[in-house]
Design a protein around this ligand. Structure first.
Ligand code: ADP
Length: 550
């Protein structure tokens, strides 16, 4: 399933073309925004809630510069009539500055950085804050100051203080308007085909639909409103930032955006409606750092919210992948088990038929063929047994019981078919082996079966050799160790690191599948234990099974 992280707004896709009205809608939208801005006219030259650039930014990321640039240019040029600027070249100066800054932002973020304006992850949010907001706002705000000075609205001395005021106001307005709109509406518009971006999953407001959070969100909003209306902004500004940070950590990105809108509306928009010189008053009262601190807290809260949401998305994806993996493992195991199981029956009948064939007085040549078929069938049977052991070890839970090691080994020896091949090995049980330990019978049997059969299989083959296997048990407070010594051919030092690997056969004469030690170790691990060994080539080997003392 594609996630919002993997979608890219630049990938080619066969979407239907945008409706014709998207060519003229920007003009109407930006003009409407401009009329609203005029309600916030301050100090006779500017608006403290200037919307055309914010709306231009949103629209350019939806519909591209061809549709948006001309409308933005027309509105931001002609609106100077309402702002009372008399010289026409100043009109063009404002218009060009605003629309070029927005086009620059689109070029840098969308084209150069291939950013996603709906900010689906931390990287995109941070890039957007820099290239989607900081750069265009700085560009057009600087341009404004030049225009004001050239138009003699104020002198050069006012350039920087006025720039600072405009940057603050513009950043706040853009955070309220641009980021939430792009984050919440882009997925919706992509779904109904109103923007040329493939459908993006809608994640917005999911936290609000969770009932247990609704009360908390309502409470937070109430606290914000109470703080905003009952206290002086200068006294409680840091509390707003802290609330925003709390919401970010608790609920993530979508929630912190909504919280920021509520807080900014209560602390900036409403006071500005009542008193358009609100920002001026704070800054001129020497409180500009307060406003910067306030703004930075919100930016950090937004980034924190994004990081928290990213972590949650990754966690969710990881959990889903884990579940899928577990399911696949279970299915694979079931398949291996039933396939091996189903192969056993035909193999048994092959061996039965071989025995019948051997009874029919075959010629020497025919008997040789029968024996070879029997040997191959046995080999296959051994392999299937090992696979079944492996699968059983994976599937079944531990069943602990008291086990006498000597008895268990004798039982195993009685079933080992290599026992009668070559010189029969001498078996020595140390008296310690005649003790009971608490362990899982079937797993311990798998382990001992492999180790004992190896101790027999890998004996020296010359007739003068007297194979010897000794078994002993050592017990201390937290471990029991079963020790199996053989005086067989030993394991060459260079292959010792590999003997526990799956399908590893270290011996050309080995008739096994190379699974034995691998499965034995898996079974020991499952019981919370391990298998170690020491071996000297030509002298013999010692294998030690360490299990927790239950
Ligand atoms: P298999 O016996 O089917 O080849 P195992 O996993 O049981 O596979 O053993 C891997 C390899 O380790 C063997 O091929 C053999 O070379 C070596 N090996 C294991 N046990 C002994 C032993 N007791 N003495 C000598 N070599 C051994």
């Amino acid at each position: 399933m594609p996630s919002d992280i993997t979608l890219n707004n630049h990938q080619p896709h066969a979407e239907k073309p945008l409706p014709w009205w998207t060519w003229i809608a920007p003009l109407a939208i930006i003009e409407a925004g401009d009329q609203i801005s005029l309600l916030f006219f301050q100090d006779n030259i500017t608006s403290s809630f200037y919307l055309p650039t914010s709306l231009g930014l949103i629209l350019v990321f939806w519909w591209g510069p061809l549709r948006v640039f001309p409308s933005l240019f027309i509105v931001t040029t002609l609106n100077n009539y309402f702002y009372g600027f008399s010289s026409y070249w100043i009109w063009f100066g404002f218009g060009l500055g605003d629309s070029c800054s927005i086009a620059l932002s689109w070029f840098l973020f969308n084209i150069l950085l291939k950013g996603k304006a709906w900010m689906p992850d931390t990287r995109n949010l941070v890039l957007f804050l820099v290239f989607g907001l900081a750069i265009p706002i700085t560009c057009y705000a600087v341009n404004w100051q030049f225009m004001y000075v050239l138009n003699h609205n104020f002198g050069w001395a006012q350039f920087l203080p006025h720039l600072r005021r405009d940057l603050l106001g513009e950043t706040i307005v853009n955070i309220i308007i641009v980021i939430p709109t792009l984050v919440f509406l882009t997925p919706l518009l992509s779904r109904i085909g109103l923007i040329p971006i493939p459908p993006i999953p809608v994640s917005a407001f999911t936290y609000l639909t969770r009932k247990k959070h609704t009360l908390e969100v309502a409470l937070i909003s109430a606290v914000v409103l109470a703080l905003a209306f009952l206290f002086d902004f200068q006294d409680v500004w840091f509390l707003f930032g802290s609330i925003s940070l709390y919401v970010a950590i608790r609920f993530g990105f979508d929630a912190v955006l909504v919280a920021n809108v509520i807080i900014f509306s209560a602390t900036y928009l409403v006071p500005t409606i009542n008193h358009p010189e609100f920002v001026n008053a704070i800054i001129e009262g020497g409180n500009a750092p307060i406003f910067f601190g306030y703004l930075l807290l919100f930016l950090f809260a937004a980034v924190t919210g994004r990081v928290i949401s990213d972590l949650r998305i990754i966690e969710r994806e990881l959990n889903a992948k884990n579940k899928e993996l577990q399911q696949t493992n279970v299915e694979l195991d079931r398949f291996v088990y039933s396939a091996s199981h189903d192969m056993s029956a035909p193999l048994k009948s092959i061996r039965g038929l071989v025995n019948v064939g051997l009874l029919t007085k075959p010629t020497a040549e025919q008997e040789d063929y029968w024996r070879k078929i029997e040997k191959s069938a046995r080999k296959l049977e051994d392999f299937i047994d090992e696979v079944l052991h492996y699968s059983r070890n994976n599937r079944t839970e531990l069943v602990l019981e008291e086990l006498n090691i000597k008895q268990l080994c004798e039982e195993i020896f009685s079933h080992l078919r290599y026992f009668n091949e070559g010189n029969a090995p001498g078996i020595v049980f140390d008296h310690s082996a005649n003790r009971t330990i608490i362990a899982d019978r079937s797993r311990l049997k798998i382990i001992l079966n492999n180790l004992l059969s190896n101790a027999i299989k890998y004996q020296k083959k010359d007739s003068s050799h007297h194979p010897l296997i000794s078994i002993s048990l050592r017990e201390d407070e937290d471990r029991v160790t079963i020790r199996i010594d053989d005086n067989g051919e030993g394991i060459p030092i260079e292959i010792q690191p590999s003997v526990f690997k799956m399908f590893y056969r270290g011996n050309l004469k080995s008739t096994g599948s190379g699974l034995g030690l691998y499965i034995a170790l898996e079974a020991a691990n499952k019981m919370g234990g391990k298998i170690t060994f020491q071996s000297e080539y030509g002298k013999g080997s010692t294998f030690m099974v360490e299990l927790p003392n239950q």
